[in-house]
Every structure is written in C-alpha cells, then in structure tokens.
Ligand binder design. Structure first.
Ligand SMILES: *Cc1c(COP(=O)(O)O)cnc(C)c1O
Length: 397
C-alpha cells in the first residue's frame, strides 16, 4: 500500500510509471509482476505470515498496482478497487448519516446516481453546485456550504462538459471550513494533473479509462497522503469488498507503463480535432480547455500539463444533427466509455447522462463527446469532417 520510497521520488514520471511498485521478482528475476491467484497464504504460526493472509485483504499483484499508482499521484497510500464507482463508494462511506457533501453540477452521471440514490437514502445529504472556475467555483462552494458539510467532490476536467475547477482554490476554501476535498482525476490522469500536490485530500480514478487505456479492464483507485483517511479507506476496501481481481490489476499495471506516451499523443490528436471542429459550420460550440478562448483555459494551463484527450462539441442543428453525426462516423465508434487507444463518440444526453435527465445535470441534447484515440489524426479528422458535412443538413434546411 505504501507508494513512496526516497529513491523513486528522484526519477521522472515515465520512469516511475514503468518501475514503481514492480522491481524484478527477487526469486525468479521476472520483470513483470506475477498474477498472483492464490486466495490464501500460509502462516508459519498463528498470525505470522509474509504480509498476506487472504486475497480480499491484500494481494501481491494488487499491492504492485497500488504502490505504482500511489507513487504517480505523489500519495503515501493507494487503494485499488473493482471499478471507479467501487472506489467512489468507499470514499463516500467516510460520510455518516447527518453529514453533507457538495458535488459538482456536471459530475459524471454514475457519481451523481451513487450520491443521490445510494448515499442520500442512507442519510447523507448533498447539494450540487457549480464548482468550475468559469461559473465562479468558489462562490458556488460558499453558497452550498452547510454546517454539516464534510466533503467537497470535484471533477476536473468534468464529464461531459470539460469544465475546469481550480483545485488549489477549492482545496484552500474547503480546508478553511474544515472539510475534505476529493478530486476525480479520471479525465486528466496523474500524467497531466496531480491533485494532491495542489492541496486535495483524496484522489479517485476510474482506471477503466486512460490508466488501463485499452478498453479491456474495469477498475478503480483512491489515493491519499493522510494516514487516518487511508486507514479508514483500507477498512472500507476490505469490509465492503469491492476489490479488483489479480488479473485486472495486472492489466491496469500494464496500461500504466505507456501512460505518458499515450497521453502526449491523445493531447496532440485532441488539439487537432478541436481546431477542426472550431472552424466547421455545423458546429456551434467546442468545449476543450486547450483552446485559448475556452473558459477553462487559464486555470487548466496552471494546473494541467496539457488539456487532455476529451473534446465535446455542440451541433448547430441540435439533437437531430448530433444523432446523425453519431451514427455516421466510420472510425469513431459509437460507444460509452473513454480513454483508450480507439476513438469513441457518444451522445451524453441519451447515453451516459440519461439517468440524470431532468436533474440539474441534464446536458444539451445537441452535445457530442469525443474520446480522441491514437489512430492517425488525418484519418480521424477526415472521417469526422465527412460525418459533419452529412449531418449538417438539418442546418441547411
Ligand atoms: C467512468 C467514470 C467513473 C466510473 O468508473 P467505472 O470504472 O465505470 O465504475 C467515474 N468518474 C469518471 C469521470 C468516469 O469517467
């Protein structure tokens, strides 16, 4: 579980992504951690063992993943889960009946549902607030704060609107009032943004996305440098039991080794796609914090290395155009999820955010979200341009 050792901290991100938590096996010399399938571990006397007792409580492959990701987030402690939502559930379990949490107005739909339909019925109150810097995030936090507020949940860049929240400012305001700041860092990954260094208390991830990176594993992660929080989260990890399989841990570890190079290319391709969209007549608005005039540009350039691989845009012709474009691309696969090598397109209003329609989180029906993959960017642009030229017909009418 421990992520830091003095030696590693000197090394660059790319080096740590490949080596942290996974030194060559001392017995066999294997450079890849073994997928350790054993569910139980021999004890030499009652309570005397080599560090593992039962695989839900601790597993060597999971420990390698936890050490690697904690290191990349600059965290003292990291915990792997069976999905992003399992990680979020463990973090939200820090709240007890009577507590209040502030969540972002454009949170990931599954996060909203977890708070609204699972934790609220158990007695945890919540308020959704605009926490993005462009919407005056600090004022949103202040207005939503209650005497019982214990936690502020932030997602930046947000899904699917790619709003940017000022992590350092929100962390300071949350700490002034005695709360804990949680950042969902799924869209940025630790390569582009490290929330703990900016003052956040807990970072959560869906490792299903960029960290796994190949659309072949569902997983989650939480990291913190606060020993008390880490102990409670480890208790929930073991007590609730949402742990990842050893093979899933291996797949995420494998993905992380190439995270830095993948993220650089995701960003290159996303920048090119965003600038094409900006000049296309069928598009009324492009949401990408890497565009100089984007409302999130200033804050994202301070807290992120680059703007990431997700781009959203609104069709001038509204929902009919959005649905046409979504079904007429050839290379961009119409699918949920994001963050992998293949490019995906989706319609948040009807797909990922359908469960929140009618709530404050309802998204524009003309909005499409792109997960820009690693194919040839020329191919991606020509395929999308052709779909837009065809889909733009509602505009022409
Ligand atoms: C996908 C996602 C989640 C949920 O993760 P799962 O692995 O699907 O459970 C949470 N937050 C964000 C931003 C996501 O994109």
């Amino acid at each position: 579980m421990s992520g830091r050792d003095g030696q590693r901290e000197q090394d660059g991100f790319e080096t740590r992504a490949i080596h942290a938590g996974a030194p060559p096996d001392p017995v066999t010399g294997a450079v890849v951690p073994a997928v350790s399938l054993s569910t139980t571990y021999a004890q030499s006397a009652v309570g005397e063992h080599l560090g593992y007792e039962y695989s839900r409580s601790g597993n060597p492959t999971r420990a390698a993943l936890e050490a690697c990701l904690a290191d990349l987030e600059g965290a003292a402690h990291g915990l792997a889960f069976s999905s992003g939502l399992a990680a979020e559930h463990a973090v939200l379990s820090l709240l007890v009946p009577g507590d209040h949490v502030i969540i972002p107005g454009d949170a990931y739909g599954g996060t909203f549902r977890l708070v609204d339909r699972v934790h609220q019925p158990m007695g945890v109150a919540y308020t959704s607030a605009s926490l993005t810097s462009a919407a005056g995030g600090l004022a949103g936090l202040e207005a939503a704060w209650q005497p019982t507020t214990k936690m502020v949940w932030v997602e930046t860049p947000s899904n699917p609107l790619l709003g940017i929240a000022d992590i350092a400012a929100l962390a300071a305001a949350t700490h002034d009032r005695g709360g804990v700041l949680v950042v969902d860092n799924t869209f940025a990954t630790p390569y582009l943004q490290q929330p703990l260094a900016l003052g956040a208390d807990i970072v959560v991830h869906s490792t299903t996305k960029y960290l796994g990176g190949h659309s072949d594993v569902v997983g989650g992660f939480a990291a913190t440098s606060d020993g008390c929080l880490a102990e409670r989260l480890a208790f929930f990890q073991n007590s609730i039991g949402g742990v990842p399989s050893p093979f899933d841990c291996y797949l995420v570890l494998r993905g992380i080794k190439t995270l830095a190079v993948r993220m650089e290319r995701h960003c290159d391709n996303a920048e090119a796609v965003a600038s094409m969209l900006q000049s296309h007549p069928a598009v009324s608005r492009v949401l990408y914090p890497g565009l100089p005039r984007d409302p999130g540009a200033a804050v994202s350039s301070q807290q992120m290395r680059r703007a990431g691989g997700m781009v959203s845009f609104i069709l001038a012709g509204g929902e009919p155009d959005a649905l046409d474009v979504a079904r007429s691309t050839r290379l961009w696969t119409l699918a949920e999820s994001l963050g992998a090598v293949e490019s995906l397109i989706e319609h948040p209003h009807r797909m990922t955010h359908a469960s929140v329609a009618g709530s404050p989180l309802a998204v524009d029906p003309g909005l499409l979200r792109l997960s820009v993959g690693l194919e040839s960017v020329a191919d991606l642009i020509s395929d999308l341009t052709e779909a837009l030229d065809r889909g733009g017909r509602h505009l022409a009418r």
